[in-house]
Design a protein around this ligand. Structure first.
Ligand code: S3P
Length: 175
């Protein structure tokens, strides 16, 4: 079994909560890439976007991904935009990647309940932003990760679905 698992997917879909649970059940470390970026910059994500700009955030995000990939026995929850950078896409290709899927409307519903500020959705008409960013990214998520449909699942059930796939694969591999 691979010893780095990466979760990708749209903002608000539940990558952090499911990733934490998955890591706990595997007895592995858990890294939330957004948190790693905040720690390395000593600033919150909204402040990084406001004071240094999105480009700077993307650079820090990419550095955090590269560094975290040096580790073993780790589950990484990425930020929704990690799939945008070509270098990141190459890095992701070396690990087992799961795409946590929910339709845009459902992501929007979950985002409304979330207290995490998302700079890309700040400003007028966040609904429209969600739909347009979702449409842009969905093909990347689909190409880069194995889709796990999170509709109707709790975060614990998402972790279970991933573990079941990993176990099924390791059974198939050992015959
Ligand atoms: C972003 C998603 C956020 C965070 C930043 C940018 C994006 O993470 O990295 O606000 O571009 O989709 P979550 O996916 O955890 O919300």
């Amino acid at each position: 079994m691979e010893d780095v698992l990466i979760l990708i997917g749209f903002m608000g879909v539940g990558k952090t909560a499911s990733g934490r649970e998955l890591a706990r059940r595997l007895g592995w470390d858990f890294v939330d890439l957004d948190q790693a970026v905040e720690e390395s910059a000593g600033l919150s994500i909204p402040v990084i976007f406001a004071q240094r700009g999105e480009e700077c955030f993307r650079r820090l995000e990419s550095e955090a991904l590269e560094q975290t990939l040096q580790r073993g026995r780790v589950v990484i929850a990425t930020g929704g935009g990690v799939v945008l950078g070509e270098k990141n896409r190459k890095l992701l290709a070396g690990s087992r990647v799961f795409y946590l899927y929910a339709p845009a409307q459902e992501c929007l519903r979950r985002l409304r309940k979330s207290s995490t500020p998302r700079p890309l959705l700040a400003g007028p008409n966040p609904e429209q932003r969600v739909f347009s960013i979702f449409a842009e990214r969905e093909p990347l998520y689909e190409t880069l990760g194995e889709r796990v449909d999170t509709r109707g699942l709790t975060t614990a059930e998402v972790a279970t679905a991933i573990l079941e796939r990993l176990r099924a694969d390791s059974v198939a591999a050992t015959g």
